[in-house]
Design a protein. Structure first.
Length: 318
């Protein structure tokens, strides 16, 4: 069924689930979600992020048995942010819930998250206060969350919790790529959705398969955080950053060069053995370059890198 042909008012909750090689958990997860939110009209959107196991076959069977289950399969692995963004674009529910496919997130938490949204929250994030993960995952996660709280000013304990609930207008206002799924609360806040709540949620040990966690995910996450903070502050006025740096370098470079010129002209001192001369010239060149970058950025401040959209191989129920 085409998304545009579906009456969005007939669906209360869209549950978007990105997944990669989770064939054993999908049927059980689908059943648990249906049992947890059976009092609502809902849809479940599985986004298969290029799985190499039989995850897509399981999704196909689930779709054939229930019109509530919908599926999207990527041609290759793009990452969680792209999977979520694609699911967001297909979701039609008044409220959108995201969760992981490994059965560690508890579907029984969904009704409480929805009730918080009904009480005027724009976004509610789960907090896995008691986690069932190895220490190699929990320690980096705590450090990551502490840094993110400090730099963003958003007082959440668990930015990376996959279990979150949103009003539909929130996900319609943001765009995810890279590792940006970690920063949906920050993106939402920048769009004016600042009623952000948090709820302690149950977290279960992994039942099937193995974790997809890797230390590179946190490195990429930090780099994306720096990108977000920089772009949000300077995207519309790049001269404020590059121009300021350029002026600073120019002032210092010209000051050094002026002092050396005084020594040469009035005191007749040799400058050939003074490394300070090269530092002054370098700073002047850097100042001109930074100022030029800021100027060009102001001219082209609406230019954005167009992100590659995932290649979708198949859809079920869409």
């Amino acid at each position: 069924m085409n998304k545009n042909a579906k009456d969005s008012n007939s669906v209360d909750i869209s549950v978007v689930i990105p997944l990669y090689n989770e064939e054993q958990s999908l049927a059980e997860l689908s059943e648990k979600i249906a049992a947890a939110i059976d009092n609502y009209s809902f849809e479940i959107i599985f986004v298969d992020d290029g799985s190499t196991d039989s995850s897509w076959e399981v999704i196909t069977d689930l779709n054939q048995n229930s019109s509530r289950v919908r599926g999207i399969r990527f041609r290759r692995n793009y990452g969680k942010s792209d999977a979520l963004q694609t699911g967001f674009e297909e979701a039609v529910g008044k409220y959108v819930v995201t969760m992981d496919a490994d059965l560690q997130d508890d579907p029984q938490e969904i009704p409480a998250l929805i009730e918080m949204l009904k009480n005027d929250y724009d976004l509610v994030s789960g907090w896995k206060k008691k986690r069932h993960d190895p220490i190699t995952k929990t320690i980096p996660s705590r450090f990551f969350n502490a840094v993110t709280r400090f730099t963003t000013g958003i007082r959440l304990h668990d930015f990376n919790c996959g279990l979150k609930a949103y009003r539909k207008e929130v996900i319609d206002s943001i765009y995810l790529y890279g590792e940006m799924h970690r920063y949906v609360p920050l993106l939402a806040k920048w769009k004016g959705f600042d009623r952000i709540g948090e709820k302690v949620v149950n977290h279960h040990p992994r039942k099937y398969g193995k974790t997809k966690f890797g230390i590179s995910r946190f490195l990429n996450g930090f780099l994306d955080l720096l990108t977000l903070l920089f772009v949000n502050r300077y995207m519309r006025q790049p001269m404020h950053f590059f121009g300021s740096m350029g002026v600073l370098f120019l002032i210092v470079g010209l000051g050094i060069s002026g002092w050396l010129a005084y020594l040469k002209i009035f005191l007749n001192q040799s400058l050939s053995n003074r490394p300070l001369l090269f530092l002054g010239i370098l700073l002047i060149l850097l100042g001109v370059q930074f100022f030029s970058i800021g100027f060009l950025g102001e001219i082209y401040n609406q230019g954005q890198v167009k992100q590659e959209k995932p290649g979708i191989a198949e859809k079920k129920g869409l």
